[in-house]
Design a protein around this ligand. Structure first.
Ligand SMILES: Nc1ncnc2c1ncn2[C@@H]1O[C@H](COP(=O)(O)OP(=O)(O)OP(=O)(O)O)[C@@H](O)[C@H]1O
Ligand SMILES: CC(C)(CO)[C@@H](O)C(=O)[O-]
Ligand code: BAL
Length: 339
């Protein structure tokens, strides 16, 4: 579908939003994209995906709200970029109908809400361990915004993988009548995941920050190499070992690689993790340095570390600081046959 520039309405009050939704909603065809503003092409991809899903006569609402509840003390709530005029252009070009940009006093008229959503055990891991209370605050505002925007679909980025998993969990556990759609991470040409916080980076910091995506790609390449070797070795019937099998094929170099892989990591996950860590260790010695918060190779169903002999889906997730900026990124991986 080609998205042509359409009329965009900016609303700040929930009753105005309700009025618009009531007037224009086509049944089953409303979508929401929730953001904290400072929109970039990652957000635009979510809005375009929403438009694709609901069609030309559907309704796409973008929310722009920097939610104080999900920021911890000492985090960047005050300096978080607020660029509403530019956001309206991006939202319009990507195909939104409504931008709902309420104030904090509108969203929380009585101050901080007494009753909140609790993220549960998964909410205390990784991002939740580094940012205590973050996911409770995030889920609470997502629940509120779902009530206010009343969508059939809500789209979220895979870049915030744990957020997406927790929103799916909330919707499942609490029977929210909405379909949650995940959208692939949009990257710069050099691999850096688009993020509103990238604009904090100086050129030198940005260069160091590239280590996040390079680490993920190194791990992905390591897994692909391991699995190609294994597949070739397993293709030789009756071979006593992977290395011997490849030697039997006269592939001495590949056999040496296979032996190294087999020795370093018979199951594979540890070597994949190590390939990523090597890139991050190097970036820790760069100027300016990268300070690793976590690197985790996890089961996407639980967000707990996978064992070395894991088979099936996994997620490699990283969080790090460069200067005063904290960035996250992740990549899906598949261990075992068919990956
Ligand atoms: N590069 C990206 N590709 C796809 N979706 C993204 C990307 N970056 C953010 N999103 C998604 O956009 C939605 C709004 O995110 P948010 O406004 O926090 O942007 P952000 O760039 O992640 O900001 P921040 O730098 O503050 O984390 C979320 O669902 C998030 O996952
Ligand atoms: C989902 C969200 C808009 C809730 O404030 C925020 O966490 C974000 O931008 O990812
Ligand atoms: N992108 C997730 C929202 C946050 O960092 O608070």
């Amino acid at each position: 579908m080609t998205v042509t520039s359409r009329d965009l309405t900016l609303v700040a009050a929930p009753d105005q939003l309700a009025e618009l939704l009531g007037r224009r909603t086509a049944p089953g065809r409303t979508a929401v994209v929730m953001t904290m503003g400072a929109l970039h092409q990652g957000h635009a991809a979510l809005i375009r995906a929403a438009r694709e899903r609901v069609g030309d006569d559907g309704l796409v609402t973008v929310t722009v709200f920097v939610n104080p509840l999900q920021f911890g003390a000492g985090e960047d709530l005050d300096r978080y970029p607020r660029t509403l005029d530019a956001d309206l252009d991006t939202a319009r070009e990507a195909g939104a109908d409504i931008v709902f940009a309420p104030t904090a006093a509108t969203v929380y008229p009585g101050g901080e809400p007494q009753v909140r959503i609790t993220a549960g055990p998964m909410g205390g891991l990784l991002e939740g361990a580094s940012r205590p209370g973050h996911f409770d605050g995030m889920l609470t505002v997502v629940a509120k915004l779902l009530h206010l925007t009343r969508p059939d679909l809500a789209l979220f980025g895979q870049k915030d993988a744990q957020q997406l998993a927790l929103i799916r969990r909330m919707v499942h556990d609490l029977d929210f009548p909405v379909e949650i759609v995940g959208v692939e991470t949009v990257r710069e040409d050099d691999g850096l995941a688009l993020s509103s916080r990238n604009r904090y980076l100086s050129p030198a910091e940005r260069k160091t920050a590239l280590a996040l995506s390079r680490a993920l790609f190194a791990a992905r390449d390591r897994l692909a190499a391991q699995q190609a070797l294994l597949a070739r070795a397993e293709a030789v019937p009756g071979a006593p070992s992977r290395a011997a099998a490849l030697l039997g094929l006269g592939e001495a170099r590949a056999a040496a690689d296979a032996a190294a892989v087999a020795q370093a990591a018979p199951g594979g996950a540890d070597a994949v993790r190590a390939a990523a860590r090597a890139v991050l260790d190097e970036a820790a010695r760069a100027t300016p340095p990268l300070t690793l918060d976590y690197l985790a190779l996890i089961d996407p169903a639980t967000f707990t570390e996978i064992p070395d002999d894991h088979r099936g889906d996994a997620l490699l997730a990283v969080a790090a600081r460069v200067g005063a900026t904290r960035l996250i990124d992740n990549i899906p991986l598949r261990f075992g046959a068919g990956s």
